[in-house]
Design a protein around this ligand. Structure first.
Ligand code: PLP
Length: 413
């Protein structure tokens, strides 16, 4: 039975907010199920981009003139919106970056300048996106630290007993995603953070897939670092956030040098600006920063609890439908706690072939390894087809995907 919150979810109104959804591709209504890769933008976000360039485009932080002050105020107001959204204690704990990948590289590069050394250990998990593996591998190569990997079970859940065995006094940092992009598994990060802290280790949460789907409270989680990308939360590309606890950010040396991040530059010695500017060298993505705040306001107007409930309904509906209708359906990733991602295969049909036919039928799904090759290696598969739902998707669209899958299967079998 559908809950009242789901029954009252204003889906018709929401769909009208996203102009891109109202179009045909190859003569069919577009069905967009590639939300884990990037989300679509509501009109308020599109308008805010145009408003910035038509009304107050100017560089921030360094001008006394009207436009510069207006741009600076809007940029800093957005930082405050994000602070509130994450429930960070201080606004200067919110750093603007290019996105999740950039945030993780910032931490890895900064910690690599003396805070992580040979003999230290860094723990990641088998469920990570390449963005939360490769920067740590590079850091280990540079410093002589060792990378350890938390294994997962056949459902796509991290094996917590194995995690506990990996933790030791040598562990300096644990870097794990809140939600897996490839399988949708939700990791018990609050408990994992407490366990890392018991061993004196920092914890970085890759929140790229959680911020669009659920409430996050960095103080309640006690996360040391939490990062996400604007484009996955209905905002622009090229902008993202790194939250870091004040004390750690103060301890960390800057990652890049240049304008904005300095207090005073002399040829004999340069001193650095305070937080957050110490980590924001150069002209930032001003429009992106401002508009990201608007995207977050939009999500909060709908309500993250309402969004989560609606998306859970889509997930359960879609999973049961595909399981019941297709004996060949193989679900990859069946974690008990899951977000609205269905990663799957149909018999031995290559996911790419299936994805191409679905595209011609107007349905955008992602096929491949989803930047998580170790997950695919674990299951011994080349990749999956991934339908990832956002709050503007509908059960009727899932029905149409099922019909398209049947057609594609008949063509390819
Ligand atoms: N981490 C996760 C879990 C992701 O899903 C993604 C993108 O798919 C990333 C990191 C990288 O995000 P970006 O490419 O926006 O930096």
């Amino acid at each position: 039975m559908m809950s009242e919150a789901v029954a009252q979810f204003p889906i018709e109104k929401i769909r009208k907010d996203f102009p891109i959804l109202n179009q045909e591709v190859y003569g069919r209504s577009l069905i967009y199920f590639d939300n884990a890769a990037s989300t679509q933008k509501p009109q308020v976000v599109i308008d805010a981009i145009s408003e910035y360039y038509s009304d107050f485009n100017s560089n921030v932080h360094r001008g006394v003139h009207y436009l510069s002050q207006k741009a600076t105020d809007a940029f800093e107001a957005s930082r405050e919106t994000i602070r509130k959204h994450l429930n960070a204690e201080h606004v200067h704990e919110v750093l603007f970056t290019k996105g999740t990948t950039d945030s993780i590289n910032l931490v890895a590069n900064s910690l690599g300048q003396g805070l992580i050394k040979a003999g230290d250990q860094i723990i990641v998990s088998h469920l990570e996106h390449h963005s939360n593996i490769v920067p740590w591998q590079m850091l280990c190569q540079r410093t002589g630290a060792k990378l350890k990997v938390i294994p997962m079970n056949e459902r796509g859940e991290l094996i917590q007993e194995e995690y506990q065995k990996l933790l030791s006094s040598k562990t300096k940092l644990v870097a794990v995603n809140h939600i897996s992009n490839a399988l949708g598994s939700i990791n018990p990060i609050k408990e994992m953070i407490a366990q890392a802290h018991a061993h004196g280790a920092w914890f970085l949460v890759d929140g790229a897939q959680s911020i669009p789907h659920q409430k996050v409270d960095v103080q309640d989680l006690d996360a040391d670092f939490y990062c996400f990308s604007g484009h996955k939360v209905f905002g622009p590309t090229g902008i993202g956030v790194l939250y870091g606890k004040e004390q750690i950010l103060e301890e960390m040396p800057p990652y890049q040098g240049g304008g904005e991040m300095i207090a005073e530059v002399r040829f004999d010695q340069t001193t650095y600006a305070g937080l957050p500017h110490k980590f924001e060298a150069g002209t930032p993505h001003i429009e992106g920063g401002i508009v990201l705040g608007k995207a977050i306001d939009y999500v909060n107007q709908i309500g993250l609890d309402e969004i989560a409930a609606y998306e859970q309904e889509l997930l359960h509906y879609g999973t049961s439908l595909l399981k019941d209708r297709f004996p060949s359906f193989r679900l990859i990733g069946d974690a008990q706690e899951k977000t609205s991602v269905i990663s799957f295969l149909m018999g031995d049909i290559h996911p790419y072939d299936m994805g191409v036919i679905l595209d011609k039928l107007g349905i955008a799904v992602r096929t491949g390894h989803h930047c998580t090759q170790p997950i695919m290696q674990h299951f011994g598969i080349p990749g999956t087809m991934r339908a990832s739902f956002a709050f503007y998707n509908t059960k009727a669209e899932i029905d149409q995907m099922a019909d398209a899958l049947e057609r594609a299967q008949n063509m390819l079998s």
